[in-house]
Structures are given as structure tokens and as C-alpha cells.
Design a protein around this ligand. Structure first.
Ligand code: ZN
Length: 232
């Protein structure tokens, strides 16, 4: 199972990063595509300047300098705010899956009124899910802006593949979150799925597909962010 997941991840990693090498100091995996016109790059984690030297036709990373001045992140806002969407969204996911399971049970058991089921808590759970969904999506905007600002200052806007990936995934999460906020009231009416019409079925499928995709996107963002800060 783990080998299959690794294969799946490595397939996408190769597509995104291309050929990679390991920083000789901090062991961060870096992309050869990040090298500048002088075949150099500054490691975003440890700050050494790495030059790619050709040895018998093979590129070998050689350290030839260290970046002395590196500004610290602004108020450390990015690491602080990043925990809000990452901390809240799993509860959005779990809450909506709970409502989905309860709705399917209601359908099978022939219960039509959500207020007469589970002590009438379904509308409350649905509202809590919507509030947490809104907070995690809105806070991801602050996370994105603070991260973008850190990249400009701390990494001097150097075009790392890993940063491009983070920017792309952040936009993707914002898109998924916004669509889910718009669809939530259509999908959960009185806190339960109604399965009443084709458009509602369609909205429900989109909602849960985006929910799963947003969860994967956010997990990847957190993983890549942590990797960039703490290394391997
Ligand atoms: Zn390094």
C-alpha cells in the first residue's frame, strides 16, 4: 500500500520538480530547474549557494558560498496563520462526512424530517460546518498573502519550483473552498441531504469531490511547507 502511494507521489513529483538533487548540507531535495543562468541556486532551507558542476557528464551539486543576510519572516505571520485552515478544515471534512452518513441512514430508514432525527442537531452541525468552512477558506487568504510576502523578502523572489507549487495549491484550495461555501446551503437543506432532484445530486457530487480534493490539497500544502522549513 505504502509503495503504491510512494509511486503515485513520485510520479507527480517528477512532473512538477523534474530532475532533482539533494542539498549537501541540509539534505533538502531541490530541482535542477531552480538553477539560475550561472547554474547556481541558494538553498531555501540552509542558505548555502550551490553550483551545479559537470563531472564526466553528470551534474554534481558543489557548495561555493553561503548567503549571509537572510531576513526573518514578517512577524512570523505565515507559520502562525497556516495552522488556522490546516487545523479547522479536517473538522469541516469530518462534519460533512458525518452529515452525509446520517442523511443516507435517514433515506434508508424513511425519515424525512431532519429536526426529528438525532435530537434535531443536524441543522446545528451543518451551520457549524459552514462557519468552519468559511473561516478556513477566508484565513487561507491571509496565509497566502503572508507566505507570498515572506517569499519576496526572505527568499528574494527566487523562482523555486516548491514555491510555485505552494502558490498554485493555495489558489486551488481557495477555489475549492469558495465553491463549497456557495454550494453548502443547496447541498444541506435543514442540515441533511435531500436527494430530491438531479441538480441537487450534481451539487452534492461536486461538493464532496471538492471537499476531498481540498483536503488533499491542504495536506500537501502543509507537508510541503513543513518540508521547506524543517527539511527532511
Ligand atoms: Zn540546504
Amino acid at each position: 500500500m505504502r509503495m503504491s502511494i510512494d509511486k503515485f507521489i513520485n510520479f507527480f513529483k517528477k512532473k512538477i520538480y523534474g530532475q532533482t538533487f539533494i542539498c549537501p548540507v541540509c539534505h533538502l531535495e531541490l530541482s535542477y530547474s531552480d538553477l539560475d543562468q550561472h547554474h547556481c541556486l541558494v538553498c531555501p532551507l540552509c542558505g548555502v549557494v550551490i553550483e551545479s558542476a559537470e563531472v564526466y557528464g553528470h551534474p554534481i551539486p558543489v557548495i561555493n558560498d553561503v548567503e549571509i543576510y537572510r531576513p526573518q519572516p514578517n512577524l512570523r505571520l505565515h507559520p502562525l496563520t497556516t495552522h488556522l485552515p490546516i487545523g479547522l478544515f479536517p473538522f469541516v471534512f469530518l462534519g460533512s462526512v458525518l452529515l452525509l452518513i446520517l442523511s443516507i441512514y435517514m433515506k434508508i430508514a424513511g425519515i424525512h424530517e431532519p429536526s426529528s432525527f438525532w435530537g434535531g442537531y443536524l441543522p446545528t452541525i451543518s451551520n457549524v460546518v459552514l462557519i468552519m468552512l468559511f473561516i478556513s477558506t477566508a484565513s487561507s487568504i491571509i496565509t497566502f498573502i503572508s507566505g507570498y510576502s515572506d517569499w519576496r523578502q526572505r527568499y528574494s523572489r527566487r523562482p523555486y519550483r516548491v514555491i510555485s507549487l505552494k502558490i498554485f495549491l493555495s489558489w486551488l484550495f481557495l477555489f475549492f473552498g469558495t465553491v463549497m461555501i456557495c454550494l453548502h446551503s443547496t447541498v444541506f437543506q435543514s442540515g441533511a441531504l435531500t436527494f430530491a432532484s438531479i441538480p441537487e445530486y450534481f451539487a452534492t457530487i461536486i461538493y464532496f469531490l471538492f471537499m476531498t480534493a481540498a483536503m488533499v490539497t491542504l495536506s500537501t500544502l502543509g507537508h510541503v511547507g513543513g518540508y521547506l522549513v524543517f527539511g527532511k
